[in-house]
Design a protein around this ligand. Structure first.
Ligand code: GLY
Length: 561
C-alpha cells in the first residue's frame, strides 16, 4: 500500500474512531523503537529484535533486564501491567500481572490493638510484600505472543546479573534513603552494600543468586519460578523474617487478561489500563469533564484551573469506588459516562477552586518517585507494548529472601490499610480497596496507547499517584501536536483531591499563573523532586517517522532501529 493510500485510510479513520485501529492495522512502521529507563535494558530488547523476536519478545527481555539493572523500581519480586497491540490481528490485550494479597492476609493486618496503623508495617520487610506477578506476566507474554523461547529472552538479563552492572547515582539515592530498612535484610545488604557500606557510584554490582533464579525461570517457565527451588527459597526466607507467604500462594498465582479501557477525546483515542488500575477510569473521567471547555483558547491559569478541577473529582471517585474488579462491584457505567461528568461539571466554577472538603468523599505531596518503571516498544510490523512494572517504593519491601537475589515488593501498601488513612503516595481509599486474600491492590499504573489520525504514541511513566495526571498531560500534549520529546520533557503539575493542593515542577506553572490560581482559592506548592520518568515511542503516519524519547529526568536514551 502506498503511503498516500495509508494516510488516506487513516484520515478516513478520523471519521470513525472505531475504524482507526482496523485501518491502521494494515500499516507497518518498518522500523522498531524502544524507550526504557535504562540503556542496558533497551539494548536487551534490541538484541532479541535483531534475532527475529517481536515487540512481545523484546518486552520480556527489557522487563527482565530492568529487574537486574534497575532493581529499585521493578523486578521478579514485583508486578505490573503489559498493554499489547497485535498488528496482524488488530487487537488489544491487557495483561494484568499485578501482585495479590497472600491467603493469610487480612483486612486489619497492619493495625495495632487500638485499630491504628503500625508504622512501616505495610512498607518494610516481607509482611509488606504481595505475591509477585511479573515473572508470570513474562512467561505469559513469551508463551502466548512471542516468537523466541523464554530461555533466549532471559539471556541478556542473566548476563547482566552474572557479569554485573555499574550502579548509578539515582540508584544510590534510593540505597541511601532506605538504608535503615535495607541493611536489615542480610541477603539484600550483601549485594547492594558490598563492604557493608553504601557503594560508590560506578561500583560493579554482581548478582549470582539472581542469575541462578533467572536460569531456573528460563528452564522451567512459570513452574521454574512459582514452584520448586525458587518458590521454596522465597517462602522460607519470607516466613523466617515474619512474613506470611505459602508455597500454595505462589503456585496458585495467575495473570489475568482484561479488556483494556478505551476512551476518546475529540479525535484522540486512548487505550489504557482498566481496574485494578485506576488509570483508565480516572483518565476517562478527567477527559470527559474537560471535553466541553475550549482548552486551546484559554489562558494558562484558566486551563490549569479546569484541569485541576477534573483531577480533584476523578481522584475523589478513585478513593471511594475503585478496587480489584474480581472482588468488588464498581459503578463503572456511571463513572465512565459522559453524563456523570457533565453532572460533576455543574459544580465547577470558572473563577473559584472547589475546596476538596466540600465534595462528598472520604477523609496527602504524593510519591515523586522513579520507583516504578515504564517502557514503550514498537516493532517493525507495528506490534506494540506499553508496560509499567513496579516493586512499589524504592527497593520495595527492602527485603531479599536468602539465595534468590529477588527484591520483594511492598505493594500491600497500595491497599487501603484503613479507610481514610493515606498510603505512601498520600492516596486514601475505602472498602473497595480493603485487603482480602487473593485480591489485587488498586494501582495508578497507566500504560497507554494514544491513537489519532496523526499517528500512535506509546506512553507511560512511574510516579505513584501522579502517574495518571502525567499521562493526562502527555495525552493533551500529543493532542495539541506535541512530539515524543515534548511529552517526556514537559514540566508537570498534579492534584489528587487530598491533600487539597496543586504540586508542580519548576516552570510548570508561571509566577503570574500561580498568582491567578491562588486568587481563585487554589493552594499551589512546588514539588520536592521532579515528577516521573516517562518513556515514549511515537509513529507518525504522515512522515512515517518512528521516534523514541526518554525522560530527561532519567538516565536512558530511546533507540530507533
Ligand atoms: N505501586 C504504585 C502503583 O501501582 O500505582
Amino acid at each position: 500500500m502506498t503511503r498516500f493510500a495509508r494516510n488516506y485510510l487513516c484520515l478516513l479513520s478520523t471519521l470513525s474512531l472505531l475504524f482507526l485501529s482496523a485501518a491502521c492495522s494494515t500499516m507497518q512502521p518498518g522500523k522498531a523503537a524502544i524507550a526504557s529507563a535504562d540503556p542496558l535494558a533497551t539494548a536487551a530488547g534490541y538484541e532479541v529484535l535483531e534475532e527475529g523476536g517481536n515487540a512481545f519478545d523484546a518486552a520480556v527481555a527489557v522487563a527482565a533486564a530492568l529487574g537486574v539493572v534497575e532493581p529499585a523500581a521493578s523486578g521478579l519480586g514485583g508486578g505490573g501491567f503489559f498493554l499489547l497491540y497485535r498488528a496482524d490481528e488488530g487487537d488489544y490485550r491487557f495483561v494484568d500481572a499485578r501482585e495479590v494479597a497472600p491467603a493469610a492476609a487480612s483486612r486489619d493486618m497492619y493495625l495495632d490493638d487500638n485499630g491504628q496503623p503500625v508504622r512501616g508495617a505495610s512498607m518494610d520487610g516481607p509482611l509488606a510484600a504481595g505475591i509477585p506477578g511479573e515473572a508470570a506476566g513474562m512467561a505469559h507474554l513469551a508463551g502466548n505472543y512471542g516468537r523466541l523461547p523464554l530461555e533466549r529472552l532471559l539471556e541478556p538479563a542473566i548476563r547482566l546479573a552474572e557479569n554485573g552492572y555499574r550502579i548509578e547515582s539515582r540508584a544510590l539515592l534510593g540505597l541511601r534513603f532506605r538504608k535503615q530498612t535495607l541493611l536489615q535484610s542480610p541477603a539484600f545488604a550483601a549485594v547492594f552494600y558490598p563492604e557493608g557500606v553504601l557503594p560508590k557510584e560506578d561500583t560493579l554490582i554482581v548478582q549470582p543468586d539472581l542469575a541462578a533464579t533467572l536460569r531456573r525461570f528460563a528452564e522451567g517457565g512459570f513452574d521454574g519460578f512459582y514452584k520448586g527451588d525458587t518458590a521454596r527459597l522465597l517462602v522460607d526466607g519470607v516466613r523466617a523474617a515474619g512474613g506470611i507467604w505459602s508455597l500454595e500462594d505462589l503456585a496458585s498465582y495467575r495473570v489475568v487478561e482484561r479488556e483494556p479501557s478505551v476512551t476518546t477525546f475529540s479525535n484522540l483515542r486512548i487505550v489504557t489500563a482498566p481496574p485494578p488500575s485506576s488509570g483508565g477510569v480516572a483518565l476517562t473521567q478527567m477527559l470527559n469533564l474537560l471535553s466541553t471547555y475550549p482548552l486551546a483558547e484559554l489562558d494558562g491559569a484558566q486551563q490549569k484551573h479546569y484541569m485541576v478541577e477534573a483531577m480533584r473529582r476523578a481522584y475523589r471517585d478513585r478513593a471511594i469506588y475503585l478496587g480489584d474488579p474480581d472482588f468488588v462491584e464498581m459503578p463503572l457505567p456511571m463513572l465512565l459516562s459522559r453524563d456523570y461528568m457533565a453532572g460533576q461539571r455543574v459544580s465547577v466554577r470558572g473563577d473559584r477552586a472547589t475546596p476538596s472538603s466540600v465534595l462528598d468523599g472520604i477523609d496527602t505531596d504524593g510519591g515523586e518517585g522513579t520507583q516504578t518503571t515504564h517502557f514503550s516498544i514498537i516493532d517493525a510490523d507495528g506490534n506494540r507494548v506499553a508496560a509499567t512494572l513496579t516493586v512499589n517504593t524504592w527497593y520495595g519491601a527492602g527485603f531479599m529472601s536468602p539465595g534468590t537475589g529477588i527484591v520483594l515488593n511492598n505493594e500491600m501498601d497500595d491497599f487501603s490499610i484503613k479507610p481514610g488513612v493515606p498510603n505512601e503516595f498520600e492516596l486514601i481509599g475505602d472498602d473497595a480497596n480493603a485487603i482480602v486474600p487473593g485480591k489485587r491492590p488498586l494501582s495508578s499504573m497507566s500504560p497507554s496507547f494514544l491513537e489519532s489520525d496523526r499517528g500512535i504514541a506509546i506512553v507511560g511513566t512511574p510516579g505513584g499517584s501522579r502517574i495518571i495526571t502525567m499521562v493526562l498531560q502527555a495525552a493533551l500534549k500529543w493532542y495539541e501536536g506535541g512530539s515524543a520529546w515534548d511529552m517526556v520533557s514537559m514540566r508537570r503539575f498534579h492534584h489528587q483531591y487530598l491533600p487539597d493542593e496543586i504540586r508542580h515542577e519548576p516552570g510548570a506553572i508561571s509566577e503570574a499563573e500561580i498568582v491567578t490560581l491562588e486568587s481563585m482559592g487554589h493552594t499551589v506548592k512546588p514539588a520536592r523532586r521532579p515528577f516521573g520518568n516517562m518513556n515514549v515511542v511515537t509513529w507518525d503516519f504522515d512522515s512515517g517517522k518512528v521516534e523514541a524519547a526518554t525522560d530527561p529526568r532519567g538516565r536512558a536514551e530511546g533507540r530507533v532501529y
